[in-house]
Design a protein around this ligand. Structure first.
Ligand code: AMP
Length: 422
């Protein structure tokens, strides 16, 4: 299979050659023919499968086939993404794959001044990539109109749902023309997700690639049973090894991300943190430094890490075990991008033992146990209450401590995470 077989136009093929892509990935091979035939599509695919090019290429092909002069404030293509990083990356993909065709695009997201975004829209763009919160702000102010949208893409729909964006998404969709081509991508399929897809799409084709449980198979995974108080020492010890060249460390909260980055800096290891409390500039700089190799370790929370697209991450280290098992798959998938293998280390303390059991159930495999200096039998054998985090205390007057709900938990602030515009 080649891009030529897929009827991708020459200028787009040239761009792909420049990128060194010789053949389409499975999601591209499966989705592109349907998209070129104007079908609505549900793509079940994770980041790392090449899903972005699967929608960017046919869209570019179509807008360049029917070249219209895009009117000020009236984009022809709308792509919604849950995070700024992901939106920016999709924007970069449009720029890369569309380098030899004439079109205009812009990316809008919250957390930065709206002036330049408003200006770009007023000049007229063909493709608008947006996070829902900022798009609604600009729609309410009349800086953008959606009545000329021909192609609508909802990317990472499951994240949109997790992050509480669905109400905003429905409002945005209500402003789109009924006659449009709609594309819907999600890493996972649940009854809720398929209900949303049913509302947004018309007779869609379903394309699914690499179910979650199999994508992790080519990653070398190890569990380090360790007591919480020894995690710092274990991390510093591992980072003594030079083959950990480019390391993504995950923590469960923003506070812990900062603490770990600080610990590493104090020990002369170049590290930075990326999470929702950092400004857009700080996040962009951290990403650029990590990509260029001037920062060896990037410490991230789950949501901030969505859309991190850095090739050659040698190791993912789960400093904390994720409380949602799907996040384990998302996290470690960062180290095996576009065909390369990777390594993932997970630190499991006693009160995370049950999280680990849930992960092993999801991926249907037992993760190998690493032998190391700080090994904790207590963590390894924890069961019952000892295998879960202690219930959080309520401090308000008259409030009693409630057992913590199983399943989703929110970081230190105790507030639903994240807020709009992230
Ligand atoms: P995505 O799933 O869209 O985040 O893409 C994952 C990575 O795969 C990105 O770094 C892309 O640049 C890369 N990629 C996309 N399509 C191809 C392809 N056909 N061949 C090789 N790499 C690709």
């Amino acid at each position: 299979m080649s891009f030529e077989n897929l009827r991708i136009k020459k200028p787009l093929q040239r761009a792909l050659e420049n990128e060194g892509y010789t053949a389409p990935t499975p999601i591209q091979a499966l989705a592109i023919p349907h998209l070129l035939e104007n079908r609505d599509l549900i793509g079940i695919a994770q980041t790392g499968t090449g899903k972005t090019a699967a929608f960017v290429l046919p869209i570019l092909q179509k807008i360049s086939d029917i070249r219209k002069h895009s009117k000020p404030r009236m984009p022809r293509v709308l792509v919604l993404a849950p995070t700024r990083e992901l939106a920016a990356q999709i924007g970069d993909s449009f720029a890369t794959y569309g380098q030899f065709i004439k079109f205009r695009h812009t990316v809008i997201f919250g957390g930065v001044g709206q002036g330049p975004q408003v200006k770009a829209l007023s000049h007229g763009v063909d493709v608008l990539i947006a996070t829902p919160g900022r798009l609604l702000d600009l729609l309410d102010q009349g800086y953008v109109k959606l009545s000329a949208v021909e192609f609508f893409v909802l990317d990472e729909a499951d994240r949109m749902l997790d992050m509480g964006f669905m109400k905003d998404v429905y409002r945005i969709v209500s402003l789109l023309p009924v006659k449009r081509q709609s594309l819907f991508f999600s890493a996972t399929m649940s009854p809720q997700i398929s209900e949303i897809a049913r509302k947004l799409l018309t007779s869609p084709i379903l394309v699914e690639v690499s179910p979650q449980a199999t994508t992790v198979e080519k990653i070398d995974q190890f569990i380090f049973f360790v007591d919480q108080e020894n995690k710092d020492k274990l991390l510093l010890g591992l980072l003594q090894h030079n083959h950990l060249t480019s390391v993504l460390v995950f923590t469960r909260t923003k506070h812990r991300a900062n603490k770990v980055a600080l610990l590493l800096n104090r020990n002369n290891i170049e590290a930075d943190a990326i999470h929702g409390n950092r400004s857009q500039n700080q996040r962009t700089k951290a990403m650029d430094d990590f990509r260029s190799g001037s920062v060896r370790v990037l410490v991230a929370t789950d949501i901030a890490a969505r859309g991190i697209d850095v090739e050659d991450i040698s190791h993912v280290i789960n400093y904390d075990i994720p409380n949602e098992p799907e996040n384990y798959v998302h996290r470690i998938g960062r180290t095996a991008r576009a065909g390369s293998d990777g390594t993932a280390y997970s630190f499991c303390a006693a009160d995370e033992r049950d999280y680990l059991r849930n992960i092993e159930k999801l991926i249907r495999q037992k993760i190998e146990i690493a032998e190391h200096h700080y090994h904790s039998e207590k963590a390894k054998n924890a069961i019952g209450d000892a295998a879960r985090p202690a219930p959080r205390k309520q401090h308000g007057p008259g409030q009693r401590a409630r057992p913590q709900k199983q399943g989703r938990q929110y970081p230190v602030s105790g507030k639903p995470y994240p807020a709009k515009g992230r």
